[in-house]
Design a protein around this ligand. Structure first.
Ligand SMILES: [Zn+2]
Length: 330
């Protein structure tokens, strides 16, 4: 991992005032100084946690013993037994039924970027704070940071996809369910501004079942407006903005920047929506249609543009860049 810090990432929290905002995508009325509402702590040094990008993904279920005494991975969907090596080689997708296992951010970086090279150069030094004094939050943060090797649920940086320079913003489900707090919002803002500055496409890959992070309350919810403003700034600047929705992308993340891309791609079978299906069913007291809130259901109903298997994500992005005429030089 290479860290490069430019003045850009040392500016502190982003002060901007938005009284009224309108665009072809959405209309928001926001009347506050965003910078005063964001609880951020700028660390003086970059946290380097051993194994940050080299942790191997453990299978969700304990592998069963095969007759030969070998270790297998059992597909949770179809029950197929697969060798761990084969499972990883198949990008953590079941070769039998196409079930896509939830994977970590660093695994997506390996899959999407040329030679897996990611430079986490955007706001890598931002650390979450406990602005509301939420009971147990600081301890839980510490524990999660140690467990995941991440400082927050989102990473923002640069890399190349098929030779095209891109800004990549990616969330990791293993960190508080990939939920959005003040740091994720601020990282998104800085990453989007970086894409505008460098005139390169912006890819946001989300695995955020947690939506807005409850431990930061209203401050988390404000990130929805804050990130949406930047999506619109990118549109005005002519920056290509692509969403990749992994399982699951829900709540405040789905209801803001994750569903506003120029092109929205989802992985097969991903759970996508605002409230979960059980909550909706219990609220409206009705059975939901089969496949409700899956990527395929949303595609059929026009909410997303493409459902693309994990193995085809990279070549799909390259094809889109070529079709749209994205520069190789940024
Ligand atoms: Zn399967």
């Amino acid at each position: 991992m290479v860290h490069q810090y430019e003045d850009f990432s040392q500016r502190g929290s982003t002060p901007f005032r938005v009284d009224f905002y309108r665009s072809q995508r959405s209309t928001f009325r926001i009347d506050f100084l965003m910078s005063q509402c964001v609880g951020l702590t700028l660390a003086s040094s970059v946290p380097i946690i051993p194994g940050m990008f080299f942790r191997s993904k453990k299978p969700k279920e304990p592998p069963e013993k095969a007759p030969a005494g070998e270790q297998w991975i059992k597909c949770p969907k179809c029950g197929e037994l697969v060798f761990p090596n084969h499972w990883a080689k198949n990008l953590w997708v079941c070769p039998q039924c196409g079930y896509h296992e939830r994977i970590r951010a660093h695994q997506y970086l390996q899959i999407l970027l040329d030679e897996g090279a990611f430079v986490e150069e955007i706001a890598a030094d931002l650390l979450p704070d406990d602005p509301l004094g939420f009971p147990g939050y600081p301890e839980k943060l510490q524990k999660t940071q140690a467990k995941t090797g991440l400082t927050e649920a989102a990473l923002a940086g640069t890399g190349h996809i098929g030779g095209h320079p891109v800004v990549l913003f990616i969330t990791d489900f293993a960190f508080f369910g990939g939920s959005m707090g003040s740091v994720m919002g601020e990282k998104f803002v800085r990453a989007a501004r970086y894409a505008i500055e460098k005139q390169v496409p912006f890819i946001a890959l989300t695995a955020s079942g947690g939506g807005a992070r409850m431990h930061e309350g209203i401050i988390s919810l404000m990130q929805m407006a804050k990130t949406t403003v930047l999506v619109n700034e990118m549109a005005e600047a002519g920056i290509l903005y692509i969403n990749i929705l992994a399982d699951p992308t829900m709540g405040g993340v789905m209801a803001s920047f994750a569903s506003l891309g120029d092109i929205i791609i989802a992985e097969p079978g991903a759970l996508l929506g605002f409230a979960g299906p059980r909550v909706i069913r219990d609220t409206i007291k009705q059975e939901l249609p089969p496949g409700f809130q899956t990527a395929e259901f949303l595609l059929e109903h026009g909410m997303i543009d493409l459902v693309v298997p994990r193995k085809d994500l990279k070549k799909t992005l390259v094809r889109l860049f070529d079709l749209i005429g994205v520069s190789h030089h940024g």
